[in-house]
Design a protein around this ligand. Structure first.
Ligand code: PLP
Length: 453
């Protein structure tokens, strides 16, 4: 079948089985800009509306079940509504959902975090990852007395204005309206996996460099792993120049290992941020790190003349429901880590290998990126032969990627948020990996991904 006929057929199939979702989407347009409450949750022609989620499955309002590879923005390492988490949260609900006071649960979660990540000498909770990275930057500026923040081209640290630069291809344009150009002079972007160029750029700003902030694996930009000594090179530069080295582990923390990416890549950040998994399915951000640096935000017992770095937390920070969900998740992970991490990593390896083989046997040129339980397919073209940076991803064939992900949703009952990386949870199995590889083979054979004639 020619590719456009295959695409039309898939679209028709999706429309036929998601009628209620379509009606809800039309209504949503009158309530929310674009019908959505998170920019990336829209996909064409309209997203299905989820009614229920359990384990590795999502069920939509039309009764379709999907094996989920988006897993709540990659947050649900032990699956949707895990029984251990769900019953703890139910119990806590009857004891109070928002105390607005200090509570022991926040302390218990802090100790659970420190067990896995002893570099978290002191901790501050917030309700989102975006806040955590915003506070990290503020603290770095406070500590160093400098202004410039270095981030990676394509690096995503949430919607905090400080770091809303060079996020989306083609990277050199403003990231939309409403941002003030004067602020942009204090952010410098460096190319991932190109240490020589990164160091050259950093050298030009080193006297005013407050911090380098980096995701150890670029997540939103396309699941790109660091090459050899890239992260160490940045760390070494930061330490040598009295700037802070900040790892954004909001995706990788408790996913790449119980001790996070810092352990896997043997890094020693001054500060790091967590989110997603540590919230156990409820909203969270966490800023952690060196106690001397974190102490700058200690508001207690200061002389009147001594000003603290005021970072927030927010009305809902350390709320007992999130603390409970996070704590039961980390407890479950700790007790089962010798089974869970090898299992999800093995599934990840099988998927990456299997997808590569399926595409290459079908004559479709791809690079499958990822590590551990994260993976993503990129469609290559004559200019881009390999993916090692966000720029490569921007120049790869995004249209084929959208078609591939949509075909998985519409025809094969597998949910990938189109254009985003996939994540495996402990609820997935090797059989799921095989189903995904089979589905991919069928999509390749259908002609959907062939060049248009
Ligand atoms: C690496 C990274 N940092 C920060 C954030 C922002 O977290 P949140 O969406 O909770 O604000 C995200 C979200 O996807 C992320 O992937």
């Amino acid at each position: 079948m020619n590719p456009s006929a295959a695409a039309i057929r898939i679209q028709k199939e999706y429309s036929k089985k998601t009628r209620k979702s379509h009606a809800l989407y039309k209504k949503s347009m009158s309530c929310f800009p674009g019908g959505i409450s998170h920019n990336i949750r829209y996909f064409a022609p309209y997203p299905f509306y989820t009614k229920f989620a359990k384990g590795k499955y999502l069920r939509d309002v039309d009764g379709n079940n999907y094996t989920d590879y988006w897993m709540g923005h990659w947050a649900l390492l032990i699956g949707h509504s895990h029984p251990v988490v769900a019953s703890a949260v139910r119990r806590q609900t009857s004891h109070g959902t928002l105390f607005g006071t200090v509570n022991k649960l926040s302390l218990d979660l802090a100790y659970a975090i420190k067990k896995g990540m002893p570099r978290a000498e002191l901790i501050r909770y917030s309700s989102t990852g975006s806040e955590a990275t915003m506070y990290a930057v503020r603290l770095a500026r406070a500590k160093t007395g400098r202004r410039v923040v270095a981030k990676i081209v394509g690096g995503w640290h949430g919607y905090n204005t400080n770091l809303l630069q060079s996020v989306n291809y083609p990277f050199e344009l403003d990231e939309g309206l409403g941002l003030i150009q004067d602020e942009e002079q204090f952010v410098e972007s460096i190319p991932f996996n190109d240490l020589e160029r990164s160091l050259k750029i950093l050298d030009t700003i080193r006297d005013d460099l407050a911090c380098i902030i980096v995701e150890p694996v670029l997540g939103g930009a396309g699941c790109i792993t660091p090459e050899s000594d890239y992260l160490h090179g940045l760390q070494e530069f930061a330490k040598r120049n009295d700037a802070l080295y900040i790892l954004d582990e909001i995706v990788t923390g408790f996913r790449l290992s119980f001790r996070g990416a810092a352990h896997v890549y043997k890094l020693d950040p001054d500060l790091f941020t967590l989110g997603k998994i540590v919230g156990g399915g409820l909203p969270i951000g966490v800023l952690c790190g060196d106690k001397d640096i974190m102490s700058l935000c200690n508001p207690v017992g200061r002389e009147k003349s001594e000003v603290a770095c005021y970072i927030g937390g927010g009305t809902f920070s350390a709320n007992p429901l999130t603390m409970t969900a996070g704590l039961s998740t980390l407890k479950h992970l700790k007790e089962n880590k010798s089974a869970i991490y090898p299992k999800i990593n093995k599934i990840g390896t099988r998927i990456r290998k299997g997808l590569k083989k399926a595409f290459s046997e079908g004559g479709v040129d791809v690079d499958v990126k990822g590590i551990g339980s994260l993976f993503m397919t990129h469609f290559l073209n004559k200019d881009i032969r390999k993916i090692s940076s966000a720029l490569d991803v921007g120049l790869s064939d995004r249209d084929l990627l959208r078609k591939y992900h949509f075909a998985l949703i519409a025809k094969h009952k597998m949910f990938f948020l189109p254009e985003k990386m996939g994540a495996i949870s402990s609820m997935h199995s090797l059989k799921d990996a095989d189903h995904l590889i089979d589905a991919t083979q069928q999509i390749v054979q259908s002609g959907l991904l062939s060049p248009a004639k």
